[in-house]
Design a protein around this ligand. Structure first.
Ligand code: DP6
Length: 326
């Protein structure tokens, strides 16, 4: 009744920002992402009548309040599937700063889903696993797969799931994650999704999303970094526009975020094929070809306000392991 899973987070090129149903995490649009290798969560879960009550420890600390309720809700979903009410113990470790716009909820809920199902002796097809993970955190639906992934929006619980676009080894693009803040963000994504339609920019973003999806799919399937980079940058800027003009406004960026973006644009003017994207937070993803990583990583670390970088490559699907967190 105990299992451990490791799951990668993911970087979104076409973003999920705004939901149809906040209880089921049904998105208003499909999205496209890449699962990452070095940015991951290792999570152990055990179900046992001897535990007493649900115990949840993230990064070595007990969690309380809304984050705890959210995990318990997911445990309840898993318990219902197994027809049990046994209490659970959960402990996880994430390889990057959590709640800073780097999709820690994606890797956390993908790992919780995969480990939880294994601990309960349940086995489902990948599509169903993706749907279950989605109910924990929308972007976790995509982290159930390795490589290049599309989450098909659907409109109901049954038809909103992710599916592979291309395997991990399809295209060796590198994502240099640039950490400019390790502080948890003030406004969680769930609130951002809810507020998105209050922005006057929201209809403009929604009007562009079908075209961005088509371009992102083409970019991945033809290995066109300039095209993928263009879509990823436009999506990041539109998300930012929607967030900052929501009511009330949400400000995710820090001064160093802008400095990193300006440096990427300067490199591009000098002829380097390098692009940026961001999700709901201040930290930046810099997309590049492997041969440019040494030069870019050195340059990024020199920007005032940059704390450190993490070089990520395409990652695989979640894996079960036998080294537990407790
Ligand atoms: C900006 O999946 O974190 O990263 O379902 O509330 O957990 P919840 O939201 P979440 O939202 C992701 C938002 C985003 C864009 C994306 O990953 O597509």
């Amino acid at each position: 009744m105990k299992a451990t899973a490791i799951a990668g987070s993911n970087v979104a090129f076409v973003k999920y920002w705004g939901c149809l149903d906040p209880d089921l995490n049904l998105p208003l649009n499909s999205s496209v992402s890449l699962t990452l290798d070095q940015a991951h969560t290792i999570l152990t879960v055990e179900f046992s009548p001897h535990i007493g009550q649900d115990t949840i420890e993230l990064e070595g600390r007990p969690v309380s309040g809304a984050p705890r309720e959210r995990i318990i809700r997911h445990l309840d979903d898993l318990r219902q599937l197994a027809g049990t009410n046994e209490p659970a113990r959960v402990a996880s470790r994430t390889s990057f700063p959590v709640a800073t716009g780097l999709a820690s909820s994606a890797s956390l809920f993908a790992a919780l889903t995969v480990a939880g199902l294994a601990a309960l002796g349940l086995s489902f097809d990948e599509r169903t696993v993706s749907r279950i993970a989605r109910r924990g955190s929308g972007s976790a639906a995509r982290s159930v797969f390795g490589g290049w992934v599309e989450w098909v929006a659907g409109g109901r619980d049954e038809d909103s799931y992710a599916q592979p676009l291309a395997p991990r080894d399809w295209w060796p693009i590198v994502d240099i994650i640039v950490i400019v803040s390790e502080e948890p963000k003030e406004v969680p994504s769930s609130v951002g999704h809810r507020l998105a339609p209050t922005s006057p920019c929201f209809p403009a973003r929604m009007a562009q999303v079908a075209q961005h999806l088509a371009l992102a799919r083409t970019a991945v399937l033809t290995r066109d970094l300039a095209l993928l980079g263009r879509v990823a940058e436009e999506e990041a800027l539109l998300l930012q526009a929607v967030a900052t003009t929501s009511d009330p406004p949400i400000f995710y960026w820090q001064p160093a975020t802008v400095a990193v973006i300006r440096q990427v644009l300067a490199w591009r003017r000098d002829g380097l094929p390098v692009y940026f994207t961001l999700d709901a937070g201040p930290n930046v993803h810099v997309l590049a070809q492997p041969e440019h990583v040494p030069q870019l990583a050195t340059g990024l670390c020199r920007i005032p306000g940059v704390i450190h970088t993490m070089v990520c490559q395409p990652g695989g699907p979640p894996q079960l392991g036998d080294v537990h967190n407790f």
